[in-house]
Design a protein around this ligand. Structure first.
Ligand code: IMP
Ligand code: MG
Length: 187
């Protein structure tokens, strides 16, 4: 069955750019004279990460991890595994995790605990979108781009079934299942 997804704008490209620049400045102020490693979570954070690091006016190191969380298509479960680990040494470094969305919190709680085992100087979190109301585990997020109450979002790195990551803004997605033989109207 073919899906006809409905997208409605939530955050424009301009608003994202402005907010990312603000967060970059705040990070630049906080990490003066500190060894900072920025760790992006693949794949969702790749665009946010790319924009954010260019707004940080400090010498930094960059790395990525890839995580897999088992669960249904639209919600993660408590079970998270690392499928691509960090490659840089994190010992005595200040680590900033960059994530697209904090939803239940399971993913970041797990990653923060794992990274803390590397004898880091600190581990903090920066996320583009915080769905605070849906939190299931307590986790502190130091830098938040936008707080969004609910709904499933795509664009600017965020996907639904690997689609829509390349959209420059953020959209709310409502999947619509096209009935057999149904032809969507041009209007
Ligand atoms: P959680 O905080 O462990 O529940 O999971 C957060 C992860 O779920 C994020 O890294 C996203 O990949 C994914 N996720 C949660 N909400 C959305 C959404 O609205 N759109 C796309 N991905 C989402
Ligand atoms: Mg993700």
């Amino acid at each position: 069955m073919k899906t006809v997804d409905e997208l409605s704008p939530v955050i424009t490209e301009e608003n994202i750019n402005r907010r990312v620049a603000e967060i970059g400045s705040a990070i630049t102020r906080e990490y003066q004279d500190k060894d900072l490693v920025i760790i992006g979570i693949l794949k969702g954070a790749f665009i946010f990460m790319a924009d954010l690091v260019r707004k940080i006016d400090l010498p930094i190191e960059v790395d990525f991890v890839r995580l897999q969380s088992y669960g249904s298509g639209m919600e993660s479960s408590g079970q998270v595994t690392i499928t691509k680990d960090v490659e840089l040494s994190l010992k005595d470094k200040h680590v900033l995790i960059v994530e697209d969305i904090v939803d239940t919190g399971y993913t970041l709680k797990y990653l923060k605990e794992v990274l803390s085992l590397h004898e880091t100087a600190s581990v903090k979190i920066c996320c583009l979108i915080d769905k605070k109301e849906r939190r299931k585990v307590d986790i502190e997020v130091e830098y938040v781009g936008f707080e969004i109450e609910k709904g499933f979002l795509v664009g600017y790195g965020l996907d639904y079934d690997e689609q829509y990551r390349q959209l420059p803004g953020i959209f709310h997605l409502t999947p619509r299942y096209e009935a057999k033989g149904f032809v969507p109207s041009e209007r």
